[in-house]
Design a protein around this ligand. Sequence first.
Ligand code: ZN
Length: 260
Amino acid sequence: MRRPRAYTSVWLLIIVNLAGKAAALCVGLTAPAAAVALWLLPDALLAYHLFVPRAQGLVKVHRRFATSQREVWLTIDDGPDPADTPRILEVLAEHGARATFFVIGKNAAAHPELIQSILAAGHEVAHHTHTHPAGSFWCASPARLAGELDGGLAVLRAAGIHPTRFRPPVGIKNLWLATALTSRGLVYTGWSARGLELQGGDADAVARRVLRGVQPGSILLLHEGPRLPAIIRVEGIRRTLEELKQQGYRCIVPAAEQLR
Ligand SMILES: [Zn+2]
């Protein structure tokens, strides 16, 4: 069986890192400046691939989809939420929009009725970890990573869903992520643009941010839930849908073979 490209990259990054450390120790006394550079540069390379959402070194990140139509993919993270999800479903229905909800497993377990409402309205439910460990996902051990993936999968499967799409918290990677996703039939779904709802401003500002540079095939990321400022909860999604309609865009859920 062909080994996934990202799996090879993990070991390459580790080897480069260790080689850098060894070289730094070798030249440490004779060339201290070079030693510092050799020590730190591989760490910077590793950090880039772990923390920069668009970096492709550790796992294939889908950031757009192929289409010849004026279509975008709206994705909504961090739900389901008892206050927001029902209202978001109404807004989506008003605009004839389809979306994918990347849900947190424990939220889905607490509100199975919301998961069924999302499905009944014709939207997709996808995997956004079981507990959303944004601060520690990058360094989670293979066992803990498996727990995050399998915990969420168990909740979704109990609801009759077999998700194929996964998005980690804040787009952060993990050294073991590519193989863990492949073995579970999940693909990493990134985004083309996001609303950055915690950066301030009102719903208009969120819509402006997520639609800056929008084009056919864009993957748009917005959020729901209590972490958001009250002024933009649901309203950021509403304003984005209004603006998309103005620009002649339709919100669809692309097929797997369309992902790029
Ligand atoms: Zn999230």
